[in-house]
Design a protein around this ligand. Structure first.
Ligand code: ADP
Ligand code: MG
Length: 237
C-alpha cells in the first residue's frame, strides 16, 4: 500500500532527543598549521536532560558549544537540533532554528550595553519577527521568573554580575528553546553569586523541561547535572 511505503521512507525522528552530535570534527589554522580541536566528538542530549561538560582550558569546550548551537559548521560530522540536521539547511533556515530552539549563556554575559534589560531579553523574539509589545511582555514574564522585574528598565551597566547573568539566562529562555548551551556561566562570578546563579539556571531549565549543556570547570557545578562528560583529546568521554 502506497501509504505504508511512504511511511517507511520517512526519516526516523526521535522527538525525545533535543541535540545530537555525531562524529564531529573541527579545528583551526594556526601559524600555517592545522590544529584539530574536536576529533570525532559524539553527544546526545535528551529532552529536558542536564549534561555537564568538563575539560581543561583549551580542550575545545567553547568550540563544542558553538558547533552544537549552529554558530559554527563542523568541518566534518553532523549536528541535529530538534530532529533537523543543520548541515541540510541553508544559512537562513539554520539561523531560524538556532533562534527558536537554542539559547546561549556566555561567561561574559554579552548583553548589549545600549539596550535596557527588558529589550536585551526581548531581542531574540524581535529578531525572529515578533511584535515589540509581544516580545516585551514575554521578556517581562521571564524577567519575573529570574527575579529581575525591578531591573527591567535599567541598562546593563547598572546591574551586578549576578544580575547580568540572570538577565542573560532570561534572554536564553525567552524563545522557549529546546536546549540551553551555557559556557562557563558562573566563571566570572564570586563563589556565593555563582552558586545562586547556578541554582537559578538549574531550577529554570528543570521547570521548563529545557535540556541544558553546562560547560564548567567546577566539579560541584558538574555534580548538579544528570551526566558529566569529559572533553579529552577532541572526544567526549
Ligand atoms: P575551551 O573553551 O575548552 O577553553 P576553545 O574551544 O576555546 O577551548 O579552544 C580550543 C582550542 O582552539 C584552543 O587551543 C584555542 O586556542 C583554539 N581556538 C579557539 N578558537 C579559535 C579560533 N577562532 N582561531 C584559532 N584557534 C582557535
Ligand atoms: Mg571556553
Amino acid at each position: 500500500m502506497a501509504v505504508t511505503e511512504a511511511r517507511t521512507e520517512m526519516p526516523v525522528v526521535d522527538r525525545a532527543v533535543a541535540l545530537n552530535l555525531l562524529d564531529v570534527h573541527h579545528g583551526y589554522e594556526r601559524a600555517g598549521e592545522r590544529i584539530e580541536v574536536l576529533a570525532g566528538a559524539d553527544l546526545e542530549v535528551r529532552a529536558g536532560e542536564l549534561v555537564a561538560v568538563v575539560g581543561r582550558s583549551g580542550s575545545g569546550k567553547s568550540t563544542l558549544l558553538h558547533v552544537a548551537g549552529g554558530l559554527v559548521a563542523p568541518a566534518r560530522g553532523t549536528v541535529h537540533i530538534g530532529g533537523r540536521e543543520l548541515g541540510d539547511l541553508d544559512a537562513k533556515e539554520r539561523a531560524r532554528i538556532r533562534r527558536r530552539t537554542v539559547g546561549f549563556v556566555f561567561q561574559f554575559f554579552h548583553l548589549l550595553p545600549h539596550l535596557n534589560v527588558r529589550d536585551n531579553v526581548a531581542l531574540p523574539l524581535l529578531l525572529d519577527g515578533a511584535r515589540t509589545r509581544t516580545a516585551r511582555d514575554a521578556a517581562d514574564g521571564v524577567l519575573a521568573a529570574v527575579g529581575l522585574t525591578d531591573r527591567a528598565d535599567h541598562l546593563p551597566s547598572e546591574l551586578s554580575g549576578g544580575q547580568l547573568q540572570r538577565a542573560a539566562i532570561a534572554r536564553a529562555l525567552v524563545t522557549e528553546p529546546d536546549v540551553v548551551l551555557a559556557d562557563e556561566p558562573t566563571g566570572n562570578l564570586d563563589a556565593t553569586t555563582a552558586g545562586e546563579v547556578l541554582d537559578l539556571l538549574v531550577a529554570q531549565v528543570r521547570d521548563r523541561n529545557v535540556a541544558l549543556v553546562l560547560v564548567t570547570h567546577d566539579a560541584a557545578s558538574a555534580a548538579r547535572a544528570d551526566r558529566t562528560l569529559h572533553l579529552l583529546d577532541g572526544l567526549l568521554v
